[in-house]
Ligand binder design. Structure first.
Ligand code: SAM
Length: 482
């Protein structure tokens, strides 16, 4: 079976592979790298972003994590706004890149500044800017001042940040916590409902993956192939996710079933139940699905030889209360609720100005940070006063010379000086404003409440007998085990 790029990414970006373009921290774009364009353009497939254009042939062969400068190739006709256009506009503002002008195609379909038929492939080493001067004579030149991106391998985290949202999704801070509380590990079998946009699906698949699908020789003794049994009742979402699972070579790990789990339970397509150790319910009414998650239900999906760990994900406390009540009545234990409050910590490099002013290490306390900012402002003001005064004198002199030459009547020298000072003052204020850096406020703090519960493993007389055989208590106590 083809290995999933989510588990075994090749060391470099290869043709036909999935890659994630990191435009900014909050803006990632998944692309399939292609050598040729579907529409037959000479430069091959190109991804257009607000940071410029990225022909795929300039990305194929790069080491993951490489920084890539935009090429001068710009396919204006294909740079139309797609579904990611809004995200990209926001990202461009964040990166501070002006919209690159879309160059018109020449009548032969070749962009104005693209050298015809490049023949040499450039393979930069890690982190090297691929449009550098060496080895890339056949490649399009860099557009000065254009943007850059980073090329990343597919991971569940990058996929969550870049996928096409068909629903609300579970984000990394929540699913990393959920998966460890569910004890998801290589070889685990887990139920997920509903599948929605497949964000949790990818993270769960990686957590339970224990070898190549279908290749049991990769598994250690007693280890089973991990499995995610995923359920979704919305047909179009099922189809989209099914295509993605196939594309990402996750078919051996993820089994997606089109079913209403609240009404029809967790039977698979072939009418057999799965056997799982963990359950994650991201449904509007998880308590309605609980009746199918009992050991006594015919076709119960619960592994009789294992304690079952369950998590439900609900945005409202009323949903939590209904779920907890249903769990208590159904005999679940260790019921508790958690809310993951994710905070982003913005870490920045110390400004060069701090060092110059002998203020190194001042960020040790809040008071000293304020002190440092005040001092920096003072230095900045002095500097900008110096430049403003010089500009005033130069500008006034230039204006006077121009007035003399044209012989027209102009405002007096004092009026001109006042105007230029005023303008300089405005510029100074703007510059000062830029000095104070702002931490990105987290508007969205609450995602959902997580309810966890455990159903103990089934235990009956035959289990007790088997156990007695395996662990002969009498002999152990006498000190003579077999
Ligand atoms: N966990 C998903 C992710 O990370 O992308 C998002 C799940 S989304 C919030 C909830 C999904 O549950 C929707 O796609 C919805 O169609 C599905 N759903 C709701 N009730 C369902 C039911 N009774 N059976 C199966 N799926 C259901």
């Amino acid at each position: 079976a083809r290995p999933s790029p989510f588990f075994h990414a090749a060391p470099t970006a290869t043709a036909d592979s999935l890659a994630i373009l990191h435009l900014t921290r909050d803006n990632l774009l998944p692309i399939k790298l292609q050598t040729t364009a579907d529409d037959g353009y000479a430069e091959g497939a190109v991804t257009n972003t607000r940071f410029g254009s990225f022909p795929h042939r300039t990305l194929i062969g790069l080491e993951w994590g490489s920084q890539v400068r935009a090429s001068k190739v710009d396919t204006g006709s294909r740079g139309r706004k797609g579904k990611n256009a809004k995200k990209q506009e926001e990202a461009a503002e964040e990166q501070g890149v002006a919209e690159s002008s879309n160059k018109k195609r020449k009548s032969d379909g070749q962009p104005d500044d693209t050298p015809a038929s490049p023949t040499k492939k450039f393979k930069p080493s890690h982190g090297e800017i691929p449009n550098g001067t060496k080895n890339d004579t056949a490649r399009p030149p860099i557009e000065a001042g254009s943007g850059f991106i980073h090329i990343l391998p597919p991971t569940p985290e990058a996929w969550t940040s870049s996928l096409d949202h068909r629903t609300q999704v579970v984000y990394t801070p929540d699913y990393s916590y959920i998966l460890q509380r569910l004890r998801a590990r290589p070889g685990s079998a887990i139920i997920e409902a509903g599948a929605g946009s497949g964000s949790f699906t990818h993270a769960a698949a990686r957590a339970v993956f224990s070898g190549y699908p279908g290749d049991s020789s990769k598994l250690s003794r007693g280890q089973s192939q991990g499995k995610v049994y995923s359920y979704e009742f919305h047909e179009p979402r099922v189809q989209t996710l099914r295509d993605e699972i196939k594309d990402h070579a996750l078919e051996g790990i993820v089994e997606l079933t089109h079913r209403d789990v609240c009404n029809e339970g967790f039977i698979l397509q072939d009418n057999t139940p799965p056997s799982v150790d963990a359950i994650f319910l991201d449904l509007p009414a998880p308590w309605q699905a609980l009746k199918h998650l009992s050991r006594s239900t015919p076709s119960s999906p619960l592994n009789p030889e294992s304690a079952i760990h369950l998590c439900t994900f609900s945005p409202c406390i009323e949903q939590v209360m209904a779920t907890v009540s249903a769990l208590r009545k159904a005999g679940w234990t260790d019921i508790n609720m958690v809310e993951v409050q994710h905070k982003r910590v913005d870490v920045r490099r110390e400004r060069v100005g701090l060092k110059e002013e002998g203020l190194r290490g001042v960020n040790a306390s809040a008071a000293s940070v304020d002190e440092a900012i005040a001092r920096l402002r003072e230095v900045e003001t002095k500097l900008s006063d110096f430049h403003a005064n010089r500009a005033v004198t130069n500008s006034a002199n230039r204006e006077e010379m121009a007035t003399n030459a044209s012989g027209q009547k102009h405002p007096s020298k004092q009026e001109r000086l006042d105007r230029i000072k005023r303008e300089a003052e405005e510029r100074k204020l703007y510059k000062e404003g830029n000095l104070v850096h702002r931490t990105v406020p987290e508007v969205k703090t609450h995602t959902s409440y997580l309810v966890f519960a455990v159903l103990p493993r089934e235990w009956n007389e035959s289990d007790e007998l088997r156990c007695a055989e395996q662990y002969p208590v009498d002999e152990i106590m006498r000190g003579t085990p077999k």
